[in-house]
Ligand binder design. Structure first.
Ligand SMILES: [Cu+2]
Length: 153
């Protein structure tokens, strides 16, 4: 008889457990959903980057020139003539660079535009309106090592 009572107790405990287990599971899922709720916020934050990527679209032509290890990643850039957004990405941590664009084939030409001298990592965008022709660019800190040509056509 005691064994039977124990069995009934066991079934009762099991039934209680089964009743509350889904609630625990739902609570657990609720927590998961809550943490998922946090995920869209960081996802929403990088959506600022797509906004930044969208802004060059307004200007028409966009190009990015990066600085790594005291060198530009591009030394020859071709863009359609007209408004152009040049994003200068200084990826050299702790090193100061800028992007300075001149008319013609050398740094003796008139300045078309330049970014501020900034220690990397730093990103700045130059908005230029280039006529067809050749433009010279350099970093004013490392003019011998960091230079290139932009062709607008
Ligand atoms: Cu430099």
């Amino acid at each position: 008889m005691t064994g039977f009572r124990a069995l009934i107790m066991l079934i009762a405990i099991a039934a209680l457990f089964l009743t509350f287990l889904p609630m625990l599971a739902i609570t657990g899922l609720g927590d998961l959903n809550a943490s998922n709720g946090y995920v869209p916020s960081p996802t929403a934050a990088p959506s600022g980057s797509p906004t930044a990527a969208a802004s060059p679209a307004q200007g028409g032509n966009a190009v990015t020139i990066s600085a790594h290890s005291i060198a530009f990643d591009k030394t020859s850039v071709t863009v359609p003539a007209g408004p152009v957004s040049i994003t200068f990405d200084n990826a050299d941590k702790g090193t100061m660079h800028n992007l300075h664009v001149f008319d013609g084939n050398s740094n003796s030409g008139k300045t078309e535009g330049k970014t501020s001298l900034k220690i990397g990592p730093n990103t700045q965008t130059l908005h230029l309106n280039l006529q067809k022709g050749t433009y010279y660019f350099q970093c004013d800190v490392h003019p011998d090592r960091m230079k290139g040509t932009i062709t607008a056509k």
